[in-house]
Design a binder for this molecule. Sequence first.
Ligand code: NAD
Ligand code: ZN
Length: 357
Amino acid sequence: MRQLAPKLTYPVFLIDDLSELLSWIKEQPFSGIRILADENTAQFCVPKFHRKFADNEQFKIISGEHNKTLEACVPVWTWLGDTLTSRNHCLLNVGGGVVGDLGGFVAATFKRGVPFIQVPTTLLAMVDASVGGKVGIDFRHYKNQIGAFAHPKSVFIFPGFLETLPIRELRAGLAEIIKHHLIADKDAFFNLIETPEEEINLIQLIEHSIKTKASIVLQDEQEQSIRKVLNLGHTVGHALESYFLAHHPEQSLLHGEAVAVGIIAEAYLAYVMKLISPTELDNIVSLILRYFVIPVWQSFEDEDIIQLMYHDKKNKSHTILFVLLDGLGKARIDIPVEKWLIMESLRFAQSLRESEQ
Ligand code: NAD
Ligand code: ZN
């Protein structure tokens, strides 16, 4: 059991056996545990604990971003209300970012807060969602509109969970890893370019991403300034994700996939503003296209996607503000970008749709 980000106020452990998590829990003053999962993590991940949990100890939500809603919280609160005998029970969120965000939000708000532990089971949740203390749900298709900053008691990363994760979900996690490299570590970015997919060392990438995220979060927990760099790719990414959730639920677009397209569009903005060179733009585009397919939307829908960007939490007084790269390995925050240029960046991303695939 190794602690990955010792300066955070809660421990983030990398473990190679889930018994280490159960032993840690035994040493805590919890009066019991409850497990929140979705149908996939209940099937593939919970059994890996090799411990039988009673029926009332576990609860399943339906998987998927379209279920990260207030409506999906209600049965979880009800279950906690029916089965918790004290506020000292700890909720284990065993799942990807959806279970972690929703479960963390439910725990943070139930009776003004019960303890919770994040047990991420997707690469994306291991490298990003489980660390940083943001919990929440989507509202009216707008991403993460309702939520809180709430720290888990701990985070346990067990890479063995990734054995059953579909390749598309695994690649979605790479989007946040690429984001961390782009904002903080140019050398790691070039290493990733040079590494074929089958030679990628996931454990190394998980450790690197958590360290990167922790060091940024520690400087600005409540996202007043520097923490905003973690939103690279997300102004466009969240708008695309919301757009597909609302209009094309049948053509699912994963959070990581939306961020990947967002990174391309926002790299294009940085290139037009002469913050990165044409070669740097090419490097970013070719790495992303190695792992992601650009989704289809129509040019007349660009306006709708831009309207969704006005709901981004980083904006001020009706101006869309971006995080833009400033060379590779560095980023600037709060950069206003005009609508016509945002449109152009969406068209640039779309132009890569057929030509390169
Ligand atoms: P997810 O939670 O939807 O999980 C992806 C899919 O994989 C689901 O169908 C799930 O059931 C399945 N799954 C999970 N683990 C599995 C396993 N080990 N084996 C087989 N199947 C498994 O998606 P995600 O990509 O993990 O998370 C995306 C969410 O995270 C988004 O809502 C995003 O907004 C949020 N997020 C939050 C933060 C934060 O700081 N709180 C940061 C980044 C992303
Ligand atoms: Zn993200």
